[in-house]
Design a protein around this ligand. Structure first.
Ligand code: AP5
Ligand code: MG
Length: 212
């Protein structure tokens, strides 16, 4: 079995974009952001509890997200790409103690100057039907309002937390929490860094080298 991959990176660094492509290499993609947004869309009790937190760009509490993650993956059967988890050192420790234990794991840090990310994120659009990720300036759908991947019409939308003000808060939280996580994986010899400012396909090719 391949190692489980943990993608660490700021909002807009390309975690979701690359994780979706890595599925072709036999990994299963799990994004805590996607799981939480799906609870909000369903209007579940959990969705109602987290909706305001996500709209402000704050973090949902560690135990809630850990429970959601555990309920949605079986790490014995397939290698996962963890996208958006862990978010802080407490989550990194929980992930190891409660889920991955001694399993082979590689953390990949998508390193990028945070200054370029607000533009990337406010221009992001996502297909609500299949999850395909677009960018109005660098990767628009071929036909406006029609998803290239699933063909749905009118489903390409902006995330509520992708406004300039909320992205600034999300980036600040990232900057305040990332270093202890990097130190945690570095001390285990399980951290690699990739320059996430390169073109999408170049980042993907670098990831391929790291996995092999
Ligand atoms: P989450 O959904 O995880 O959001 P995030 O971490 O802020 O990351 P994003 O999804 O915004 O960015 P991304 O790195 O996936 O970039 P993407 O590939 O889309 O979390 C949302 C919220 O949920 C959190 O704020 C929090 O409230 C809550 N939450 C989630 N997990 C939690 C946890 N563990 N604990 C507590 N709370 C949690 O790309 C972005 C844009 O850039 C796209 O337009 C794309 O086309 C473009 N792009 C991608 N790659 C490139 C490239 N190489 N060059 C140019 N453009 C590119
Ligand atoms: Mg994402």
């Amino acid at each position: 079995m391949k190692p489980h991959l943990i993608i660490l990176g700021a909002p807009g660094s390309g975690k979701g974009t690359q994780a979706a492509k890595l599925v072709e290499k036999g990994f299963k993609h799990i994004s805590t952001g996607d799981l939480l947004r799906s609870e909000i869309a369903k209007g579940s009790e959990l969705g109602q509890k987290v909706s305001g937190i996500i709209s402000r760009g704050d973090l949902v509490d560690d135990n809630t997200v850990m429970a959601l993650l555990k309920a949605n993956c079986d790490v014995d059967k397939v290698s996962y790409i963890f996208d958006g988890f862990p978010r802080n050192i407490a989550q990194a420790e929980m992930l190891e103690a409660e889920l991955l234990q001694k399993k082979k794991t590689l953390a990949v840090y998508f390193k990028i100057d945070l200054g370029v990310l607000i533009n990337r994120v406010v221009n992001r659009r996502t297909c609500g039907s299949c999850g395909e990720i677009y960018n109005l300036t660098t990767k628009p759908p071929r036909v406006a309002d029609v998803c290239d991947r699933c063909g749905s019409v009118g489903t390409i939308k902006q995330r509520k937390d992708d406004t300039q003000e909320v992205v600034a808060n999300r980036l600040k939280i990232f900057a305040d929490t990332v270093e202890p996580m990097l130190a945690f994986y570095r001390s285990k010899g399980a951290l690699v860094e990739i320059d996430a400012s390169m073109q999408e396909k170049v980042v993907f090719s670098e990831l391929g080298k790291v996995i092999n």
